[in-house]
Design a protein around this ligand. Structure first.
Ligand code: ZN
Length: 262
């Protein structure tokens, strides 16, 4: 296969575009409106879990949920969808994310249809597939460590901006692009107008390829910002195996992607 580093910059950009755009055949689909939302751990109210880290604009753009009495107890505990929706992402993104499930929800509020994405990261296991319809409370995965990178916890986000996916740089890093996760759920525990089929957009965020996830940092941050480590992103990591790349936690890969625990 042609290495990205072997082709000219314009062609490299085109190639990356081709590989990162998700399936266009799913540009729009039908989803069932939510009849309410529950917390993703121990639904409905998260009993036995607490938020070890909250949302901070410009910083941690979600919440971390762990079990009372130590996060180790939470390892492989079930993770549930907060509401009805369609799975728009269910795969191992590697880097700081690991196994990620993202679900697109629709709901009716003030007589209007609204959309949001809930995101669940670092999962030990994924129980759903992309394109699948899920119902509130259905198990979608299990709490994990992102392949041993973190103590067990669920990283949980809710996006207002449907273009973010796993690329925080695609949105404003504040409440214009995100909901406060717990507050969002608690304000919408029970909703009228649930269970209706509505047209729902699904193909409007970019995805890294699992083959070359480390190239995306390079891609995401240019042309706005030039990477300070272009060489290492291309030559030293492009063709390493996944497991090799994951060991490079202190390497330039992370600096390029600007990720700690997302
Ligand atoms: Zn987190």
């Amino acid at each position: 296969m042609l290495k990205i580093s072997q082709i000219s910059p314009p062609l490299a950009l085109v190639t990356l575009f081709l590989t990162v755009v998700p399936c266009a055949c799913l540009a729009q689909t039908i989803s069932k409106t939510a009849d309410g939302f529950d917390l993703p751990v121990a639904p409905p109210a998260g009993t036995g879990f607490y938020k070890s880290r909250g949302f901070r604009s410009g910083g941690h753009l979600g919440e971390d949920w762990v079990t009372d009495g130590g996060s180790a107890k939470g390892f492989r505990q079930p993770v549930h969808t907060i509401g009805n929706g369609i799975v728009v992402l269910a795969r191992d993104i590697h880097v700081a994310w690991g196994n990620v499930v993202m679900i697109r929800h629709s709901w009716i509020e003030n007589r209007q249809i609204h959309f949001a994405d809930s995101l669940y990261a670092h999962l030990d296991r994924i129980n759903v597939r992309e394109g699948q319809q899920v119902g509130k409370g259905q198990q979608i995965g299990a709490i994990g460590t992102n392949h041993g990178m973190y103590p067990p916890h669920l990283h949980f986000e809710i996006h207002k901006d449907l273009g973010i996916g796993v690329n925080h740089a695609a949105g404003t890093r504040d409440l214009r692009s995100y909901w406060l996760p717990t507050e969002f759920v608690m304000a919408r525990r029970h909703l009228a107008g649930g269970g209706r089929n509505v047209p729902t957009p699904v193909a409007n965020f970019l995805l890294p390829t699992t083959e070359h996830p480390w190239n995306l940092g390079h891609f995401w941050h240019s042309p706005k910002k030039k990477s300070t480590h272009p060489k290492s992103s291309k030559s030293s990591l492009s063709h390493h195996s996944t497991s090799t790349a994951q060991k490079h936690t202190s390497s330039n890969t992370w600096k390029i992607n600007h990720y700690s625990d997302p």
